[in-house]
Design a protein around this ligand. Sequence first.
Ligand SMILES: *Cc1c(COP(=O)(O)O)cnc(C)c1O
Length: 400
Amino acid sequence: MPGFEVFGEEEKRQAMDVFDTGVLFRYEFAAQRRGIYKVREFEEAFAAYCGVRYAQAVTSGTAALKVAMAALGIGPGDEVITQGFTFVATWEAIFDIGALPVFTEIDDTLNMDPVDLEKKINERTRLIIPVHMMGSAARMQEIKAVADRHSIPVLEDTAQAPGASLNGSKLGSMGRCGTFSFDPVKTITTGEGGMIITDDEDLWRNMSEYHDHGHDHAEKPGGRGADGRRFIGFNYRMMELQGAIGLAQLAKLDDIVKRQKENKELMRQAVSRLPGVSFRNQLDEEGDSATFLAFSLPTAAQAREVNKVLNENGAGAVYFADNTWHFYPKWEHLLAGSSVSASGWPFKAPDGRRRVIYAPDILPQSAAVLGRTLVYQVPVKLGAGRREEIEKAMAAAAAV
Ligand SMILES: *Cc1c(COP(=O)(O)O)cnc(C)c1O
């Protein structure tokens, strides 16, 4: 799936602009930088690409979630609903802002189940975070309808789906805000990095100030440090080198998606040979960024059996039901309430009482769906050798 496969001269040329000025910092140094503002340019290009007015670059996708929630005013006493199939970062960020994560089931889209979402809303719910897992859309229309009924904002965790869309709107652009990651394995990468997009100017202003110690970033006599502060912040600033690399990668995004779509179709044809196989419910086939191919067998036993043969033939798939980074029952540290804090925060309150308990078996529908599901990452470059290997492995698996 990832941008690292197409890393090359364009990224080097962009980064050289930064080395030529010697200005590594996104703000200030006006005299030395000769008009070069790579992070700002990356933000503008990313916002335009997504069809929104504002983008805020930060240091990671996890930071993007944190900064977005800070800007939305989320904190202790609040509950934030997300899905039980996501990367740990989604709920780490919820804890880090002081709120408590609540987990919904996924459905055949492998994303948030809007019916279960509505059941989990209560008077403490302040935010809903659907995650567009593996390059394709959650049921945004239904999720937004539920959210609107309860007047709760929606933040789209789009870390795994830049370039994907639903009915003509880019994923990440449909909620109050959307967050992205440019970590080493994402569709486009800046090594480490993240972005938040929004149409809401006040929300963007909160993000801009919070991510940089409260600086207001307005041009003023006296420069940086001559400004006052509206609230306390933190440091999640992106470097100029990351902005430069991001510009080169963003320019390649549509081509990455196009090539992944071609390769996904080839892989899908190979997988279609498995008796009884079905494919992930895609709400918008055209809008899929095609980073992953997810397919299901009729039973969990068959999925395990098929994957055993695929593994023996050098083409093992990811079995997310057993994955310790992406699926709720496998997050042993969450279930145990393990924290590095001596006080036990965030699982325990300052008075030592347990704030929350996560039981392992609360998401039976998700376990049933993922238990039947196998997943391949789709490469940008699919060599003939690898393709043949997958086809042979499928033939072997189809025979059992
Ligand atoms: C990768 C990822 C993140 C975190 O991004 P980082 O840049 O690695 O911090 C958040 N959410 C999801 C769904 C992800 O896949």
